[in-house]
Design a protein around this ligand. Structure first.
Ligand code: PEP
Ligand code: MN
Length: 337
């Protein structure tokens, strides 16, 4: 349920009214925008009488929300959310590129790639330490050592780091990570989402391989319901009947999400296509569709990469893509971090 206040409502009236609702066991999300001041109620609102609430002379309107996601709902928070990752802003008019290898492989590799992507204009370093691989015989990541190497690359370049977590037990290792990624395969690992909801740290929530937009937003809701509202959604392609690409990039999800949620949306063209040459056109299209950022895989030697070499750009190619990203983002009124 959302309650919109009249412009004439006083702080005191709103505070007393809100306290009363809290004392009935309801969670309150307050949103103060330029034109609207509203609160969203989370919890069992079935016993509330809409007419009685609307009868207060400082209340403009009371609406029940039919969608099952509340905190993530744009109706709760009409303005775009901007989420900051160590000073890098994502959302609203702020656009950011996160780039780096699929897997962290060695110190010279991750530091070399970090320096290269930084000089091309990336503002966050990505790299997998814990890798969710389809085959148990494939490279599984350097795990704890990979996280240490990411920290070394951050020290060398100043770039904040984003890396994937696969289970709750590893959480203590992620204390020093700037943004934690939940991969496609874990989008509905609800215990993990609940644990991440207790942190005060941005979470990059990738879309599950065959998740609907509503299921994806419900996963964001799991994190937000725990108190962590710093969720960024990442469209990374979905399973369709088309075999010529690794996945199908669902670009229509971007404007649809923008209508349904205030959370920032970034696009990962690398995992969507699985093919390096497609990363550039899909990046342009993602910006035009309204994305707030991009996640792009870059490897110093894609042919010998331990994972996802076929979709990884060389630093030189990434630099060329970034020139176009900068121009396209500016055209669409975005400020590149
Ligand atoms: C990744 O980012 O390296 C990754 C495994 O992505 P996804 O979960 O989207 O497959
Ligand atoms: Mn990858």
């Amino acid at each position: 349920m959302i309650i919109i206040f009249k412009k004439s409502a006083s702080e005191e009236q709103i505070a007393t009214f809100t306290e009363d609702l809290k004392s009935q066991g309801l969670g309150i999300h307050e949103s103060v925008g330029e034109n609207t001041h509203l609160i969203g109620l989370v919890g069992d609102v079935s016993k509330l009488d809409v007419d009685q609430l609307a009868a207060n002379d400082f209340v403009e309107e009371v609406k029940r929300i039919s969608e099952p996601y509340k905190a993530a709902n744009r109706k709760f928070h009409p303005d775009d959310s901007t989420i900051e990752v160590k000073g890098v802003k994502i959302g609203g008019c702020n656009f950011a590129v996160m780039a780096g290898p699929c897997s962290v492989e060695s110190e010279p590799q991750i530091i070399g790639v970090a320096e290269a992507v930084k000089s091309s204009g990336a503002s966050l370093l990505r790299g997998g330490a814990f890798k969710p691989r389809t085959s148990p015989y494939s490279f599984q990541g350097l795990r704890g050592e990979g996280l240490e190497l990411l920290c070394a690359a951050r020290r060398a370049t100043g770039l904040p780091i984003v890396t994937e977590i696969m289970n709750t037990e590893d959480l203590p290792l992620f204390e020093d990570v700037d943004m934690i990624q939940v991969g496609a395969r874990n989008m509905q690992n609800f215990e993990l989402l609940k644990a991440l909801g207790t942190l005060d740290k941005p979470i990059l929530l990738k879309r599950g391989l065959s998740a609907t937009i509503e299921e994806w937003l419900m996963s964001a809701e799991y994190i937000m319901a725990g108190g962590n509202e710093k969720v960024i959604l990442c469209e990374r392609g979905i399973r369709t009947f088309e075999p010529s690409m690794r996945n199908t990039l669902d670009l229509s999800a971007v404007p649809m999400l923008k209508a349904k949620t205030h959370l920032p949306v970034v696009v990962d063209p690398s995992h969507a296509a699985g093919i390096a040459w497609m990363v550039e056109p899909l990046s342009m299209a993602a910006i035009a569709a309204g994305a707030d950022g991009l996640m792009i895989e870059v490897h110093n030697d894609p042919k010998h990469a331990l994972s996802d070499g076929a979709q990884s750009l060389t630093p030189a190619k990434f630099d060329a893509v970034m020139q176009k990203v900068k121009a396209t983002a500016a055209f669409f009124g975005k400020t590149l971090n």
